[in-house]
Write a protein that binds this ligand. Sequence first.
Ligand SMILES: *Cc1c(COP(=O)(O)O)cnc(C)c1O
Length: 389
Amino acid sequence: MESTLKRTWAEIDLDALEHNYRTLRRRIGPHVKFLGVVKADAYGHGAVQVSGVLQELGADYLAVSSVDEAMELRNHGTTMPILILGHTPLEQVGKLIDHKITQAVTCLAKAEEYSREALRCGGELTIHIKVDTGMSRLGFLCEGEHFESGVTGICTACGLPGLRAEGIFTHFAVSDEEDEESVRYTKAQFSLFSRVVEAVETVRGQRFAIRHCANTGAVACYQEMYLDMVRPGLLLYGYGAFAQRLGLRPVMTLKTTVSTIKVYDPGTTVSYGRLYTAPATMVMGVVPCGYADGFMRSLSNRCTLMTEYGPAPQRGRICMDMCMIDLTDLPEVQVGDEVEIFGKNNPVETLAEQAGTIPYELVCAVSKRVMRVYFRHGREVERELLLRV
Ligand SMILES: *Cc1c(COP(=O)(O)O)cnc(C)c1O
């Protein structure tokens, strides 16, 4: 690798992505559609590159959070269906229609707005109805006494001119937790969703083409909930306990290099806040990766990075642009050597736990100044830096 790369970079293993897709595809079988969730720049992995691979491998659908994320894909060769899971402002409906982008519809008021705007544009907007079965975020409220009004609202929305109701979906709150109460809750959500779908289909005398609800937890734990399409995100990228159980591989490895090595006397205090004091003479490496690169400050003084020769404890506060690692027991490490922040040899799950968060947040946090280096068929195929250099 040339010297410009020798700061901090993320290696994106598209072969691992392919392996994960194929493994999940085998699991769901040929008759269930596969929607790849590529919101938030494909969880930090690069939405254009990830979508390119998924399209090539025959995935059926993609999902993003916003019209801008959808347009990024449309402008870079993605022709497959795209579902926007989040809010799209009214003024953008024409764009959705022009670019064949599917929109989630979360309440009757939105459906009515979208319908009027679609008619004004003279086109038809494809929609998926979102049902709130207990996530209590977006969607037609259908729990308990809201069942009838929810079903009626959905039927009205589906019948509005200018809208084509292709799909209906719901989202689980605890499908990735395996305790009894969570299993009970997930099954109750699924049961309610099934009843809502059935009621709406009966009233309308028409079936939805695509009913879906299975996120990562449900793909891993509830085969009976696959319906017409599954909707995994995290599994595709190979993180978390379920990914490990299913033999999936982590797609991203975040790497940095040793920029400086120094020797400190006993009693020397290290970095902002003087969190760490050298107990003896010690060798400390400075690595150019800090919280502005996505290496969270909450990990300060409590995590371990991986060198070629073994683990190096991180010492003192993580700064904006760099942090310090303890090389006292690793005399082989030299200036210029690679250090893994997380990835194949230093599981992101461990770091996430130490940071009191989840792997999702760590991979999404990798910032735009970290170059993404893409590997396919065992070779480097692309480098992308998201800075406007
Ligand atoms: C983000 C998201 C997913 C994917 O979630 P994972 O836990 O990464 O599988 C699926 N569905 C919806 C509605 C989402 O917002």
